[in-house]
Design a binder for this molecule. Structure first.
Ligand code: 13P
Ligand code: SF4
Length: 365
């Protein structure tokens, strides 16, 4: 007789120590049936169980290569969706807490993007003139939108290469949902700020005139990351005045001004690599999420490197933080008992087109 799924309620009362005992025992039982993927922002008490880690691009590739039956994704919802899209139909992607979303991804939705496309079509032929590019931090139906409109997905580590591809298809790009990544990418390609305009999805015609739309090369969706918006130019200026030899590295989700004032700008994987490979005894100011920065600081301390978080306040990815030992223990205990909890299944009608846009990205980058 089948036993019912194990309820989460008792796990919410468990101490971390109890959860760690359960996680280890369940992993032992499951063996190679399960692989745990962790994003760099994952909290330390969960990150320690990662089989594989990386930025969004690396994790998308790893998910497509994984052969375990269960891919337990310690990250946020869109990442688990990518794992589902890129894995086989015999595999199951699991998100230990379904509330682990991405607030930036939620700033664009299909209804608003389709309305934007309709409005652009009132001004010019959107299908002929715009390549839609979605940042991987977006729901699967937006990736599918890009797939069916000749568009593509990008991540923070390949945005420039993808934008070059997109401009090779059509003369303009509609970029969503992160205006900052889009603007920084356009800037690195030499596009003047006047040709990169913000599309406000809550205003008619995005708040732009038909003339502005005809002249724009890059339309930037009015979206941002609540974590990266905390980093300010003043933080960099203060650091530079105190440590003239110090180096600054930021994620491209930071504002344009922060990116401009940084010595390096790149994805989470890039940030980790640059700081790890830097000469001993260097000092760094890092503009990205706190769990990554704390881990990196510990790892490079033995080489005399000092790594400092950019903001004076604590800013973590509060949604990714929801994947805690309690949810991981509950997920693995259920798997060990033969139950799949929190599977992420992208509907078939979206899956094929979303996969097309993701595969274009992997082929181009
Ligand atoms: P990376 O692809 O650089 O890991 O970034 C993902 C993300 O969500 C950063 O906020
Ligand atoms: Fe989304 Fe920002 Fe969290 Fe990255 S840090 S997953 S963009 S909310």
């Amino acid at each position: 007789m089948n036993t019912p799924c194990i309820d989460f309620a008792p796990y919410s009362q468990m101490t971390d120590a109890e959860c760690h005992v359960r996680i280890r025992a369940a992993r032992e039982k499951l063996g190679s049936k399960v692989v745990i993927l962790c994003h760099h922002y994952q909290r330390a008490d969960v990150y320690q169980y990662a089989d594989l880690t990386g930025d969004s691009l690396k994790l998308a590739r790893l998910a497509s290569q994984a052969d375990a039956e269960y891919i337990v994704f310690c990250g946020v919802h869109f990442m688990a969706e990518v794992a589902d899209i890129m894995s086989t139909s015999q595999q199951t992607a699991i998100l230990p807490d379904l509330a682990a979303g991405c607030s930036m991804a939620d700033m664009a939705n299909l209804a608003k993007v389709e309305r934007c496309w309709r409005e652009l079509n009132e001004v010019l032929n959107a299908e002929e003139q715009f390549t839609p590019v979605t940042y991987i931090n977006s729901a699967a139906d937006l990736k599918a939108f890009c797939g069916r409109h000749g568009g593509i997905v990008c991540t923070s580590s390949n945005a420039r290469t993808i934008a070059e591809w997109a401009f090779g298809q059509r003369e303009k790009i509609l970029f969503f949902p992160d205006q900052h990544l889009g603007r920084w990418t356009g800037h690195t390609m030499g596009i003047p700020l006047e040709e990169m305009l913000v599309w406000d999805p809550d205003l008619e015609l995005g708040g732009l005139t038909p003339e502005q739309i005809r002249k724009a090369r890059l339309l930037l969706w009015k979206g941002h990351c609540s974590v990266h918006q905390m980093f300010q130019p003043a933080h960099i200026r203060k650091f530079r005045s105190e440590h003239p030899d110090g180096l600054v590295i930021s994620h491209p989700e930071c504002s344009f001004e922060v990116c401009q004032l940084s010595d390096y700008v790149g994805s989470t994987e890039h940030i980790v690599k640059i700081v790890k490979e830097a000469p001993a005894n260097t000092r760094w100011l890092v503009g990205t999420e706190l769990n990554l920065v704390n881990r990196l600081a510990e790892e490079v301390k033995p080489q005399g490197k000092v790594v400092q978080f950019m903001a004076p306040t604590v800013c973590m990815c509060s949604t990714m933080q929801r994947i805690d030992p309690q949810h991981l223990a509950w997920t693995l205990d259920n798997l060990a008992a033969g139950h799949v909890v929190n599977p992420i299944r992208v509907p078939a009608h979206e899956l094929a087109e979303a996969k097309l846009a993701l595969e274009r990205m992997l082929a181009v980058s």
